[in-house]
Ligand binder design. Sequence first.
Ligand SMILES: [Zn+2]
Length: 257
Amino acid sequence: MKLKILNNKNSELTVEITDTTPAFANSLRRTIITKTNTLAVDTIDLNTNTSALYNEILAHRIGMIPLKFKDTLKRTDECTCKGEGCINCEVKLILKKSGPCTVYSKDFKSTDKNVKPTNDKIIIVKLLDNQEISLEATARLGRWSEHAKWQSSNIGYQYYPDLQTSKDCDMCKICAKACPKSIIDTTKKIKLKDNYECDLCGKCVDICPKKALTLNKDRTRIIFTVKSVSGLEPKDIITSALKTLKSDFKELTDKIK
Ligand SMILES: [Zn+2]
């Protein structure tokens, strides 16, 4: 198996995995969804809320704010406190503001210097004169499969595209005009300018009047993209999922023995 990094910026990582199978890429995708832990506010102790928002809506908004954290934090159900909640598995965030003002994610005072919102400018609520909110939020690790607030990333993969022409091609160039991404090169022979840009929509094949084009999908070369929407870097999301896969297979091997 070989790996090539195609893009790594703006919290998005795209890699090409060669000599692999769709089953492997799908196990990786499913492990990221079901087993990657991220941090989000799980419960709130509300002291005052005289804003225009109901308590439930305010709590829901706060829960959806992605938080940065260090990987030393433990899940509450796997912590030595046995689910009671302690400094190893929980982080408190205090929010206290009086109007008139706009309350942003940056207004949280965290009790752990490693824990803070990934973006300072997420609007929580607008307060008018004499309106106030005061609350203590508790953040815990969780998984995407438990609640959407713990979603780590958007993930997708596709097979490597390869456009081939038969001898029936008369260079009419209709395919190039139909391509939504304008990536068909017609200078000498019909071919893709950049194979990685093609998303296999197949419009070029469908529109060809001579039926001279074939768009092959190489199932052993997979283009895998992870875009983080949490406090984790895409590289860490993939690494954590691979570690989980490895330990799951080891557990199974041990049990079979
Ligand atoms: Zn604990």
